[in-house]
Design a protein around this ligand. Structure first.
Ligand code: FES
Length: 139
């Protein structure tokens, strides 16, 4: 597992820039060619373990701890955008963080990703999913 806690955020603006605006916080976590198509790549950044996954041409970043018992999800079987926890078999769509058969509940945190010149960067301040509930009468 790569530990990138000490990698400086390359995209952070020089101090004094963007006063009053949200500071960009993309942090390089891996090279694009390190991320296989058939399994996850576990990295640690900012003290958080992430699984990086390739789905088609897109890269997705999801926290790498199964909510059931904390097993590293990136070690599981990965197919069609879904990772299957190798400990007890729970499934998560790495694009949404949700169980693919239950579109509501509490997803695993997923974060915005960008690729710059072959470098995969994640913004840990930009979580892209949130808990959701079905409306009344919808099952
Ligand atoms: S730890 Fe993942 S299913 Fe149990």
């Amino acid at each position: 597992m790569r530990d990138l806690r000490h990698v400086p955020p390359r995209s952070r603006p020089a101090s004094g820039q963007e006063q009053g605006e949200r500071i960009l916080a993309f942090v390089p976590v891996a090279r694009l060619d390190e991320i296989p198509a058939s399994r996850g790549l576990r990295v640690t950044v900012g003290g958080i373990a992430l699984g990086l996954y390739r789905v088609g041409d897109a890269i997705h970043a999801m926290e790498d701890a199964c909510p059931h018992a904390g097993f590293p999800l990136s070690k599981g079987r990965f197919e069609n955008g879904v990772i299957v926890c190798s400990a007890h078999g729970l499934c998560y769509d790495v694009r949404t963080g949700f169980d693919p058969e239950h579109a509501d509940g509490f997803p695993i945190p997923c974060f915005r990703v960008r690729v710059e010149a072959g470098s995969v960067e994640v913004d840990l301040e930009d979580r892209i999913n949130a808990p959701r509930r079905r409306g009344p009468g919808r099952g």
